[in-house]
Design a protein around this ligand. Structure first.
Ligand code: THU
Length: 140
């Protein structure tokens, strides 16, 4: 089902679509853009960046999150990802983990260039997630 975007969601999707154009994907030719917003409404963007040593490639979502965190942000909420696919492209498992740890009470909007969009709760994407709480548990 296509989500009707409000002004704030539109702003986030547009920022992700603009970041997608800066994607460095000479190997997959799969262009991905992401944008994450802080609780105060500031947006940080990212694109996927591929390495000739393929496994070193980083996804757009993590680039956006790392940019925000490295600028001192700690209260990240919603994220938008734009890939021109039908059906909409969901985030990979590694990015789900990072989103769980850094924006877990937010939503992710998946969108393509035809105006098709869907919103999912980040907390629903990583069932029984591992996080810092487990580091506090008594170890045997
Ligand atoms: N990719 C992302 O940037 N985000 C996703 O959610 C899925 C995959 C990138 C990684 C790689 O550059 C390309 O898409 C193909 O896997």
């Amino acid at each position: 089902m296509t989500l009707t975007l409000d002004e704030n969601q539109k702003r986030l999707v547009e920022a992700a679509a603009a970041a997608r154009l800066r994607s460095v994907a000479p190997f997959s030719k799969f262009l991905v853009g992401a944008a994450v917003e802080t609780k105060e409404g500031k947006i940080y963007t990212g694109c996927n960046i591929e390495s000739a040593s393929y496994g070193l490639t980083v996804c757009a979502e993590r680039v956006a999150i790392w940019k925000a965190i490295s600028e001192g942000e700690r209260n990240l909420t919603n994220l938008a990802v734009v890939v021109d696919t039908e059906p909409l492209t969901p985030p990979c498992g590694t990015c789900r983990q990072i989103m769980w740890e850094f924006c877990n009470d937010g939503y992710i909007i998946l969108a393509n260039l035809d105006g098709h969009a869907e919103q999912l709760a980040i907390g629903d994407l990583q069932p029984r997630a591992f996080d810092a709480r487990f580091l506090e548990l008594k170890r045997k």
